[in-house]
Write a protein that binds this ligand. Structure first.
Ligand code: NAP
Length: 273
């Protein structure tokens, strides 16, 4: 596994996404992932699998302090005291005293963002969240947190794959030294049908999915969290550290149409703000 260093913290370049992994299948996938070298596990209150993930981490042979565990507070739990209480519940289910990264899953205008961030800072000060950040925050909202409230964030987790651009957010992440975690990095399977990614894959004896992941992690400040269930998929998604994209290959992926947003629920923010 290779790591990115952000704010002096090492974060694995590939983590395991766990949305839609449930029950025994979830526990098995997380244990397999840890066995074969994954060190970053991404969950959320909304995924309803924190208990299984806690079980898998407890049962695995990897020490808790060697695992970077992320969870996210659902967007209806952002009132100050609710947030504090629901994170206690998450920690109990995860069977741990802290998460490495706590994120606000989606912004919600019904709550004061400043008060929500204050609650996040309480948890950081208490050592229950070693790092705090946001997810699905458009650039303007990230700037509000960092510049208006003067609260540095560790991460913004956003949809990012070869078919969606995140250029402005990335530029800002370099200025402010925060992590951009790429979710749906395989475009939920759509990368496997792309002719350009397939043909670059042929040059390296890799799949289109491995090319997508490689393109993401070759970018400064970016790590990716593909979801996978089988051991074959888990292994394939970390088997990307033995080759490099040429400049020409990298740039040709950059030039793909970048307007496909796959995750856009009714409560999503205005992405241009
Ligand atoms: P994804 O990782 O882009 O794609 C997952 C799909 O690709 C699954 O169907 C998986 O199948 C398949 N797959 C994985 N590895 C493969 C391989 N090597 N070969 C062929 N197929 C493969 O999509 P995602 O689940 O939407 O995103 C990943 C993670 O990001 C989520 O699990 C979650 O942790 C996070 N996420 C966060 C947010 C947010 O709002 N913050 C939103 C969406 C996702 P199998 O399961 O059968 O292996």
């Amino acid at each position: 596994m290779q790591f990115k260093t952000i704010q002096d913290v090492d974060v694995a370049e590939i983590g395991l996404g766990t949305y839609k992994l449930y029950g025994k299948e979830c526990k098995r996938a997380v244990m397999n992932a840890l066995d074969i070298g994954y060190r970053l596990i991404d969950t959320a209150q909304m995924y309803k699998n924190e208990t299984e993930i806690g079980d898998a981490i407890r049962t695995s042979h990897v020490d808790r302090e060697d695992i970077f565990l992320t969870t996210k507070v659902w967007h209806t739990n952002l009132e100050h005291d609710d947030l504090l209480q629901t994170v206690e519940d998450s920690l109990e289910q995860l069977k741990t005293t802290y998460v490495d990264l706590l994120l606000i899953h989606w912004p919600n205008k019904q709550y004061s963002l400043e008060k929500t961030m204050e609650a996040m800072m309480v948890l950081r000060d208490q050592g229950k969240a070693l790092n705090i950040g946001v997810s699905n925050f458009p650039l303007g909202m990230v700037k509000k947190v960092t510049e208006e409230f003067r609260i540095p964030i560790f991460c913004n987790q956003v949809e990012y794959h070869p078919f969606l651009a995140q250029f402005d957010l990335l530029d800002y992440s370099y200025d402010q030294d925060f992590l951009v975690t790429a979710y749906s990095p395989l475009a939920q399977g759509k990368v496997f049908e792309n002719e350009l990614l397939k043909s670059i894959g042929e040059n390296h004896n890799k799949t289109a999915g491995q090319i997508s992941l490689r393109w993401l992690i070759e970018q400064e400040n970016v790590v990716a969290i593909p979801k996978a269930t089988s051991e074959t998929h888990l292994q394939e998604n970390i088997d990307i550290f033995d080759f490099e994209l040429s400049d020409e290959e990298f740039n040709s992926i950059d030039e793909l149409d970048k307007t496909t947003r796959l995750v856009n629920p009714s409560f999503a923010p205005d992405w241009e703000q």
